[in-house]
Design a protein around this ligand. Structure first.
Ligand SMILES: NC(=O)c1ccc[n+]([C@@H]2O[C@H](COP(=O)([O-])OP(=O)(O)OC[C@H]3O[C@@H](n4cnc5c(N)ncnc54)[C@H](OP(=O)(O)O)[C@@H]3O)[C@@H](O)[C@H]2O)c1
Length: 320
């Protein structure tokens, strides 16, 4: 990152990890060498990640300063008076006194939902209303960013950044930011290489983290992708996996780090924790990198412009 800090290139993503296994999985991950946890209030499991982190530190598996913990500001907390409340809640749940990184989760501001009504609030304003609706709130990114900057000044977070932003929004943000975004986190995998966005971030020295780095598998259980669509099933990926003596998942994740992004694969399968982390003792050739890059077809699985309308009755495109 521009400020000379280093974000570990492989992290564990916590979206959809069941609450009951989250604490133990965090500890197992730390034992295997994970030093980067990608969390968010929206994932609904920060209290359990916090239990895991407490045990990791108590057992001396690593020191706090060796651990990189990211959390994300949810859409219902974009107003300046709510940003610090949301951050403090994540800190309390994670049992930390600072975050390494706090991201604006989406460039989508929704009507405020107080903690006592529902937490995490999710996308609906009121799930009991008929029909339940997502209610956008006209808050500028500038207002939210200024409140994010105050979190750094207050020592609650070390770095701030953005997620699901494109070049135009970042360019605008950089025109007024007193504290620059250190990280952009976006969906990226061989079907969505985001080559121009990555190049722009490299030019601006904004670290790039790829979410859903394995592509389709995360979206199969949500009915948003078919298992057969997985890049891990592509014969060319399987052939490269055979050539390097690794699994298809390791090949795809290695491609991610070798092109200069960090990756945050999620797994709740203990055997896969080690598999997804062991990426630094082999390399892909230029030819193998190019072969995987050729799968790009601009396919986005996580698109509010599609799922908000289907699931929450609100057409809300952000990338167009
Ligand atoms: N900023 C954002 O808006 C945003 C959006 C989405 C995700 N994220 C972050 O990015 C993280 C990762 O993204 P993701 O969870 O969507 O997708 P992902 O990590 O690309 O894929 C997870 C899926 O792949 C499977 N898997 C994991 N390792 C595997 C392996 N070695 N071989 C075969 N299958 C494997 C998992 O199954 P098992 O669990 O059963 O092993 C799960 O179904 C999230 O957890 C979250 O932290 C951020």
């Amino acid at each position: 990152m521009k400020n000379q800090l280093c974000i570990p290139s492989v992290g564990l993503g916590f979206w959809k990890i069941p609450n009951a296994s989250t604490a133990e999985l965090s500890v197992q991950a730390a034992k295997l060498g994970y030093r980067h946890f990608d969390c968010a209030s929206d994932y609904g499991n920060e209290p359990e990640v916090g239990q895991g982190i407490e045990k990791i530190l108590q057992d001396g598996l690593c020191r706090r300063e060796e651990l990189w913990v990211t959390s994300k500001l949810w859409n219902t907390f974009h107003r300046k008076e709510h940003v610090r409340l949301a951050c403090e809640r994540s800190l309390k749940d994670l049992r930390l006194d600072y975050l390494d990184l706090y991201l604006i989760h989406f460039p989508i501001a929704l009507a405020y939902v107080p903690f006592e009504h529902r937490y995490p609030a999710g996308w609906y304003f009121d799930p009991e209303s008929a029909p339940p609706k997502m209610i956008p709130d006209p808050v500028s990114i500038g207002e939210t960013w200024e409140a994010m900057e105050r979190l750094v000044e207050a020592g609650l977070v070390r770095n701030i950044g953005v997620s699901n932003f494109g070049v135009s929004l970042i360019r605008d943000l950089l025109s007024y930011a007193r504290i620059r975004p250190g990280v952009l986190q976006v969906e990226s995998h061989p079907y969505l290489t985001q080559t121009k966005l990555l190049r722009y971030c490299q030019q601006e020295q904004i670290a790039f983290t790829a979410f859903s780095p394995l592509g389709a598998p995360s979206y199969v259980s949500l009915g948003m992708a078919k298992a057969s669509e997985s890049v891990l099933e592509q014969p060319d990926v399987q052939k490269i996996a055979q050539q390097v003596g690794r699994t298809p998942a390791q090949v795809v994740l290695r491609w991610g780090i070798q092109r200069g992004t960090s990756v945050i694969p999620k797994t709740q399968t203990v055997q896969r924790l080690g598999e997804n982390l062991r990426l630094h003792d082999f390399e892909l050739t230029e030819q193998q990198m190019a072969t995987i890059g050729q799968f790009d077809r601009g396919q986005r699985f996580n698109d509010p412009g599609a799922f908000c309308e289907q699931a929450f009755g609100c057409y809300y495109p952000i990338y167009e």
